[in-house]
Design a protein around this ligand. Structure first.
Ligand SMILES: Nc1ncnc2c1ncn2[C@@H]1O[C@H](COP(=O)(O)OP(=O)(O)O)[C@@H](O)[C@H]1O
Ligand SMILES: [Mg+2]
Length: 368
């Protein structure tokens, strides 16, 4: 069995690792010569639409992706010859914030108020309708908070339009959430779905900082409504693979923010913290293998290493602490690695997590 992976960043690296443990061969396409998945597997350095590279990938048994902004033409070309999971449809829905929110609404999943913005006049109109504060975002290609502007007062509009106005945009009402929670699930080719426990996420400057799982104090009703939402999305898209939906929680209400049709940063804790990781179950799903248990014993937290890798030697060999360094070059705001912490109780988890933050730095307190 050979799986072609579109995109060779850290997600591709961790997918290729999981594949190796399952004796699945992988082949990565990424135009970047320094794509870090190449440390694990064969890497085609070529443009997304390079015919020779696509011919070679079409020889795989199945194609999947770790990067959502693959050109439609690439995926269409490949799907002529080989199954692509998740389906190209899923990619189209998750690639545009307006199409995605319309899908959520069609399926009865709550979202922030939103409006399409294609001109300066649209922006004024949308602000009158939605009110302030609000967030102006590019409809496509955004990640880690890039391509976003928070509008707090009418005087913010000109600068935001100046910066983002050349793109197709969405204005979203600001959701005054109590916290952010993501739910990850895998769905097999046979339609079997397995969910990991909900994950609580803290973002700093739009970039994930810390995840905790299982998210503390999630009521059974809240979890059931989130899972029902993912089930509906997966059924609608005939989904195969791992899907994540990021939610805002306000009291007992969940508002869907966005989804990703791939493995996700908020599921990195599953490598050590769950029986099967998101990477393993994604590989199992797309190759038609039965899914493994998403069960969890104890408690997990994950901290991202962003911008530069601090000295990690004080943490080496520490019980319950797992270091992941992807081998990427440093750059401000770039995710370079993560640390996962495991413990038997929440108290022990928070203690260990604090020790890790003392060593790697706490972006939350740096920012304030
Ligand atoms: N409508 C909103 N209301 C409140 N906070 C938001 C809203 N949209 C985004 N954010 C904040 O910004 C973060 C990044 O935004 P998101 O839409 O998830 O974009 P990205 O694709 O960059 O992850 C969110 O996790 C949340 O913390
Ligand atoms: Mg997000």
């Amino acid at each position: 069995m050979k799986v072609g992976i579109l995109g060779g960043g850290q997600l591709g690296q961790m997918l290729a690792n999981a594949a190796r443990d399952l004796s699945i061969e992988t082949l990565v396409l990424d135009p970047k010569p320094d794509a870090v998945a190449a440390q694990i597997t064969r890497h085609l350095i070529a443009d997304w639409e390079d015919p020779a590279a696509l011919d070679e990938l079409a020889g795989c048994d199945v194609i999947t992706y770790e990067f959502e902004n693959v050109p439609v033409a690439t995926v269409e070309r490949l799907s002529e010859d080989v199954p692509v999971h998740p389906s190209p449809d899923a990619l189209a829905f998750s690639g545009d914030r307006i199409i995605e929110k319309n899908l959520f609404r069609e399926l009865g999943i709550d979202t922030a108020t939103f409006a399409a913005v294609d001109s300066r006049a649209d922006l004024d109109h949308a602000v009158r309708e939605i009110g302030l504060p609000a967030i102006l975002k590019t409809r496509r290609f955004g990640y880690d908070g890039k391509g976003q502007a928070v509008l707090r007062s009418a005087s913010d509009l000109d600068a935001a339009w100046e910066r983002l106005g050349e793109h197709a945009l969405i204005l979203e009402g600001f959701v005054p959430f109590d916290r952010e929670v993501s739910v990850l699930a895998a769905r097999g080719r046979d339609g079997e779905m397995r969910c990991w426990p909900a994950t609580e996420n803290v973002h700093v400057d739009g970039i994930l900082h810390i995840s905790r799982a299982p998210a503390p104090e999630v009521s059974a009703e809240l979890l059931a409504s989130a899972v029902a939402g993912l089930e509906a999305v997966m059924a609608r898209l005939d989904y195969v693979g791992v899907l994540v939906v990021e939610f805002f929680q306000l009291g007992e209400r969940l508002v869907a923010n966005e989804m990703a049709c791939r493995v996700h940063n908020s599921g990195h804790w599953t490598i050590e913290g769950a029986e099967a990781s998101q990477f393993e179950n994604h590989m199992r799903a797309v190759t038609g293998m039965p899914l493994e248990s998403t069960g969890v014993e104890g408690f997990a937290a994950m901290v991202n290493l962003v911008g530069e890798i601090p000295s990690l030697s004080p943490l080496e060999g520490e019980a319950g602490v797992h270091l992941h360094v992807y081998g990427k070059s440093s750059a401000p705001g770039r995710k370079l690695g993560h640390v996962t912490v495991l413990a038997d109780s929440r108290e022990a988890l928070e203690e260990r997590l604090q020790r890790v933050l003392d060593v790697v730095g706490d972006r939350a307190s740096d920012a304030s």
